[in-house]
Design a protein around this ligand. Structure first.
Ligand code: SF4
Length: 294
């Protein structure tokens, strides 16, 4: 199912209510290292993934708190966030809120960060993109059959189109949740890597570890699968990360040219250690980050 401005007008009343709001490190991971961001979510999603980790707020009715766009901006400024992340559920289903809030956030000098499944039509995407500074798109599989069988909707082609168009307009990252037996073959991983590399090899790709939840009881992804995925993706991509797993160096960022450590990440702690004037302090290569102030 795709989101569109007209089709969601009847949901306008609920757009002013947020399920949750919190301040933490940026959800895009590498776009804005170490900076605090206000994260907000609304009830609902346009997909019904059997493996949804946030199913209690994406698939069920959840208690919400009123948060008109003007109050959202006040909250972000008060919490000294550099921007607002629309995340946890699917922000595209509150499209009108995104457009209204996104414009006010921009006017106040803050950034808009969208964490999304990317499943929407091209026209509303083009309307939204000028307001978005960074986007993390969850590409669940390259195959429509995966979306149909496990997310109960078409989605692969729309998500791919979103990544292609967003990469021309803002900072983009891609996340792929690896589920044993469903999207973890070498062929799956190479196909997804090739797609991202063809859009831009400097797009960060995050492979995330699956754990059984909601309607899916397949055992958790072996760590060895994630390591193999990273090795395959690094053949074509400059920034590959592993999520939901603790491995030495799995979250750090290194310069693709000289291997210099740029950003050290330990748990929730992020330190910018090797960027000087927006460039690698080792070789001077411009760092592929959205905001590098040092
Ligand atoms: S797209 Fe994300 S939030 Fe929506 S059901 Fe799937 S996993 Fe959950």
């Amino acid at each position: 199912m795709a989101a569109s401005p007209a089709s969601s007008a009847r949901r306008r009343a609920s757009f002013r209510r947020a399920v949750t709001a919190s301040v933490s490190g940026g959800p895009t991971g590498t776009g804005c290292p170490g900076l605090p961001v206000l994260s907000v979510a609304c009830n609902g999603c346009n997909l019904r993934c059997d493996f949804c980790q946030n199913w209690t707020i994406s698939q069920m009715k959840a208690q919400t708190t009123p948060l008109p766009p003007v109050e959202l901006v006040k909250l972000a400024l008060k919490s000294r966030s550099f921007g607002v992340a629309y995340t946890y559920t699917e922000p595209l289903v509150w499209f009108e809120y995104l457009v209204q809030a996104g414009a006010l956030v921009r006017e106040s000098g803050l950034k808009n960060i969208l964490v999304t499944n990317g499943v929407l039509n091209e026209a509303p995407l083009r309307e939204l993109l000028p307001l978005i500074d960074a986007m993390n798109v969850d590409l669940k599989s390259m195959k429509e059959s995966f979306y149909r069988d496990h997310c109960h909707s078409e989605g692969a082609e729309a998500a791919k189109r979103t990544i292609r168009l967003a990469a021309e307009a803002c900072f983009v990252e891609v996340t792929n949740l690896i589920i044993p037996g469903l999207n973890d073959s070498d062929e799956d991983l190479r196909e997804l890597t090739a797609f991202v590399a063809d859009v831009n090899p400097s797009i960060p790709l995050h492979f995330s570890r699956y754990f059984p939840t909601y309607k899916m009881d397949i055992p958790a992804t072996p760590v060895s699968t994630l390591v193999r995925a990273k090795e395959i993706a690094q053949e074509r991509l400059q920034y590959v990360y592993l999520g939901n797993v603790r491995l030495e160096d799995d979250a750090n960022t290194y310069c693709p040219d000289d291997g210099h450590l740029l950003v050290r990440r330990t748990g929730y702690r992020t330190e910018v250690v090797g960027i000087d004037g927006g460039c690698c302090s080792g070789c001077g290569r411009p760092a592929d980050f959205l905001w590098c102030d040092d």
